[in-house]
Design a protein around this ligand. Structure first.
Ligand code: HEC
Length: 112
């Protein structure tokens, strides 16, 4: 007899053997849990065009705190960062708003 016959026979025995054993296990108990995630209600400060654009386009995926806790960056680096959000992470930022946001971020979170 070919060895594959034994392989199939053992496989069938294993399947037959695990079926009833699996059915005998008690069902896991699932209980709903409540949790409170930290709130992220902070917005970027100010009311000028830069603040408005940054609040409009930068808060849909992460918090203002997350951006403000980054190191201070130059205007050029903020521009690259905003472009990265737009091009890599697909943030729906209109092209003409990209420099507005980068200038604003360099003002509030640039090297002093
Ligand atoms: C479409 C979702 C989305 C939007 C909108 C978005 N980001 Fe992000 N951002 C991300 C993701 C994803 C990361 C990476 C997070 C991680 O690595 O944990 C990130 C990370 C960052 C970081 C951390 C440094 C880095 O490069 O990873 C900064 C700063 C940042 N975003 C700034 C901004 C600013 C400013 C805007 C508005 C122009 C913005 N983001 C809008 C998705 C977004």
């Amino acid at each position: 007899m070919r060895p594959s016959f034994y392989a199939i026979a053992i496989l069938l025995l294993l399947i037959a053997g695990t079926g009833p054993a699996r059915a005998a296990q008690p069902a896991p108990t699932l209980r709903p849990q409540n949790m409170r995630l930290p709130g992220g209600s902070a917005t970027f400060p100010g009311t000028d065009a830069g603040a408005r654009a940054t609040n409009a386009y930068c808060l849909m995926c992460h918090s203002a705190d997350m951006v403000m806790n980054q190191p201070s960056l130059t205007a050029q680096t903020w521009l690259a960062e905003v472009n990265k959000m737009k091009n890599v992470f697909k943030a729906p930022i209109p092209a003409e708003q990209v420099p507005v946001i980068a200038d604003y971020l360099a003002r509030i979170k640039g090297p002093k």
